[in-house]
Design a protein around this ligand. Structure first.
Ligand code: ADP
Ligand code: MG
Length: 497
């Protein structure tokens, strides 16, 4: 393999749109999906004489991400102007951060769920800073002109810059997935790559194995899905290795990923920082983060996936696999925890480990299948944590069989009655009452003398036949174990006669 003598080095710059109501420095709506130029105002259009005011929520969201990724939060940071000329940026500069990002020196751990032998890999974060988005140039709406939509102009972003710690395209993919999971957990973005709320620039270089200095990098833009990030990086690693093998040199440049052609093409040679003429924005005050504010934000953060996984495995004795599936989305994990706590309240399931495993089984099979099929949300697909807990309690008490529980679950998705009520209506309650079953058992034994004779003569597998007959004859769903034991008891009594 050509890869063998080279090691890829990858660093990602990820832009993430923040879900604030208004824009970063002006009061117009930051919502996605309006008609062209409906969400614009004089500030985001850069009219002379307008002044920006920083959105506090943007700062809070940036800090949330910094805390979730173990960053140091700067008590004092500065917003800077980054100058470049492009029609989608009417002010002629972008408000960003340069020398003092709000968050720095963090990390996140990535783990490959498909590779059981792998251990977590720590990817260090250089910084997270705040900036405003630019507008959108539309090149395909008019045969002659490029049209401009400024709705996105001024929408708040954070940029998360990794250290060049990523070594494979797969790791880059997992890193992006991790960022998506985190921003969704802490409620700062929907993390949707296809719609552009998460965007990634990949910096790629290769170096001879065993060396430590960095090779010349290229930067790839325009990858609008997680898979395309992976593909583009694979492609670029191959291209660079081929250039080097043929004695060529890597040119530092910016490349565009063309998803249709599945290859990159050159966009421009790279700007250097001094081309942007960064300087502190004189229109905006210094951002100060007080200890009190920081503590407030800290205490408002939910438990993050790693902490939840640890708790599920240590306290509930769930298999790691269950814990990973349950914590993938925060809503599912919250739903699991709410259901378990409802179930434990019921008293007859006070033992946490079997209760947790039952809830986990239900969520990993029936609940996830149903929300998948219905394209629904775990909070609104039809069964609340209270009702699911009531169903699981019935099952754990042995009042319904496992197939009965499945049937009841499907009924509950569409109907609002309590599971006990539905179980009765649809005859799903297991009859564990020996008194009611015995006459039926006797009846069946009497009605099938040939089979009984054969059974007594040693054909013991016929017990299944008798169980089936009783189950079919009895109204409702008797517990098969109970049927079996009554059958054995009655046959035993016949033998003695
Ligand atoms: P630039 O000055 O080109 O913007 P930075 O040092 O700011 O470069 O880094 C930008 C991103 O590129 C970071 O994510 C960093 O980890 C990554 N990076 C820097 N040098 C390399 C390299 N030689 N190979 C791969 N990635 C790199
Ligand atoms: Mg840079």
């Amino acid at each position: 393999m050509q890869h063998e003598s080279y090691e890829p080095v990858i660093g990602l710059e990820v832009h993430c749109q923040l879900m604030t109501t208004s824009k970063a420095f002006s009061p117009d709506s930051a919502a996605f999906g309006a008609g062209p130029n409906e969400h614009v105002d004089p500030v985001s259009l850069g009219h002379p004489g307008t002044l920006p005011v920083a959105n506090k929520r943007m700062v809070e969201y940036a800090i949330r991400m910094g805390l979730a990724t173990h960053c140091t939060i700067a008590p004092v940071s500065i917003l800077a102007r980054k100058h470049y000329f492009y029609p989608d940026l009417p002010k002629g500069y972008q408000i960003s951060q340069y020398e003092t990002p709000i968050c720095s020196n963090g990390y996140l751990d990535i783990l490959d769920p498909d590779d059981e032998a792998s251990s977590p890999r720590r990817i260090r974060l250089n910084r997270i800073h705040m900036e405003e988005d630019a507008g959108k140039s539309l090149h395909d709406q008019d045969p002659l002109d490029t049209l401009l939509d400024y709705n996105r102009c001024g929408v708040p972003l954070i940029e998360i810059v990794s250290e060049p710690d990523i070594r494979t395209a797969r790791e880059a993919y997992l890193y992006m997935q991790k960022i998506r999971q985190l921003v969704r957990y802490i409620g700062i973005s929907d993390g949707n790559m296809e719609e552009g709320s998460l965007r990634c620039d990949a910096n790629v270089s290769v170096r001879p194995k065993g060396t430590t200095s960095l090779g010349t990098k290229t930067e790839i833009k325009n990858m609008n899905s997680f898979r395309n990030v992976e593909r583009a990086i694979i492609h670029e690693i191959r291209r660079q290795i081929n250039v080097l093998k043929e004695g060529g040199e890597i040119v530092q440049e910016t490349l565009l990923w063309d998803a249709n052609a599945q290859k990159t093409r050159s966009m421009r040679s790279k700007e250097l920082a001094h081309d942007y003429r960064y300087f502190p924005d004189p229109d905006l005050p210094i951002i100060r983060v007080s200890t009190e504010w920081l503590d407030d934000i800290k205490s408002s953060l939910p438990a993050l996936p790693e902490a939840r996984i640890e708790q599920y495995v240590a306290d509930y004795k769930l298999p790691l696999y269950d814990a990973q599936v349950l914590t993938e989305e925060r809503e599912v994990s919250d739903y699991f925890e709410a259901t378990l706590s409802e179930l434990l309240k019921k008293g007859d399931a006070s033992d946490v480990e079997p209760a947790a495993k039952s809830v986990s089984n239900f969520i990993m099979t029936d609940v996830l299948r149903t929300i998948n099929e219905k394209q629904a949300h775990v909070d609104s697909y039809g069964i609340s944590p209270e009702r699911l807990a009531a169903l699981i309690a019935l099952r754990m008490k042995g009042d319904i069989s496992s197939s009965g529980a499945q049937e009841l679950f499907d009924l509950m998705v569409d109907r609002e009655e309590a599971p006990e009520v539905l179980a009765k209506e649809f005859n799903l309650l297991q009859v564990s009452d020996a008194g009611a079953l015995t006459p039926i058992v006797d009846e069946i034994l009497e009605a099938n003398p040939k089979q009984l004779h054969a059974y007594l003569g040693g054909k013991e597998q016929l017990i299944g036949f008798f169980i089936g007959q009783v189950m079919r004859t009895f109204p409702g769903s008797p517990d098969p174990k109970m049927v079996r034991s009554i059958l054995l008891e009655r046959i035993g009594a016949l033998k003695e006669d």
